[in-house]
Design a protein. Structure first.
Length: 235
């Protein structure tokens, strides 16, 4: 466990993302607030007509009620066919870590809701909008789905590449819809995506550090080890 903890803490990409998360938090608390206020006051044409549709459809795509079932189906499918708990363990660890990180930042920083018109932090009682959970979901959960498909070579390379474009498009859609509906400040969403990327990188690093056969030995429905399907490990 100490080796795994040290391996995750010393990962260069994770350190860079942690620094980016800290930088975005400090910038959002001051220098970037005029940009937040500008985006928050942009015209919203047809807001009354589109509001219900946007809430019920595009805004729910990155919610955990939609994203987690997608991750669950992919993780259980790969676990079943490769006779290992690894995809399920990675999914649980990644989502739990992301939720813990985002929830802690929301409660500690307590940023005002965009409808108040005040983007200040530490305004306990008027909102917990920073960072955006939907922004983090779009990167962590769907990014983890994409990683698992790539990790186990469950689709052809061009399909995986197209799925990557879909994750980017989904994150962009979530940003536009959340700002349009006054659900989040712009920097809430951008910082949430950085937080999701940080959690995703730690999850990928965890996969690299867990011994390859450990989770396969836990699998209760497997055949003989020699019949296990080969697992593709990217280098």
């Amino acid at each position: 466990m100490r080796e795994i903890a040290w391996g995750m803490a010393s990962d260069r990409v994770a350190i860079l993302l942690a620094a980016a998360l800290a930088a975005m938090t400090m910038l959002s608390a001051g220098p970037l607030q005029p940009i937040d206020e500008f985006a928050n006051t942009l015209p919203r044409p047809f807001e009354d007509e589109l509001r219900t549709f946007l809430i019920l459809w595009p805004d729910t795509v990155a919610s955990r009620f939609v994203a987690l079932p997608v991750l669950g189906v992919v993780a259980f499918h790969l676990a079943y066919w490769h006779y290992t708990w690894r995809p399920i363990v990675l999914g649980i660890c990644g989502v739990t870590g992301m939720i813990g990180l985002v929830a802690t930042m929301k409660l500690v920083l307590a940023r005002s809701h965009p409808r108040t018109g005040d983007p200040s932090f530490l305004s306990h009682g008027s909102g917990i909008s920073f960072p955006s959970g939907h922004g983090a979901n779009a990167i962590l959960i769907y990014g983890l789905v994409l990683f698992l498909i790539y990790r186990y070579a469950a689709a052809r390379p061009h399909i995986i590449r197209n799925l990557g474009y879909c994750v980017v498009a989904l994150a962009a859609l979530q940003t536009v819809v959340s700002i349009y509906l006054h659900f989040h400040w712009l920097t809430d969403l951008l910082t949430g995506m950085v937080a999701g990327g940080f959690a995703l990188r730690l999850t990928i690093r965890l996969d690299e550090l867990i011994p390859q056969g450990r989770t396969a030995h836990w699998w209760p429905f497997n055949r003989h080890p020699e019949t296990h399907a080969p697992i593709f490990t990217p280098r």
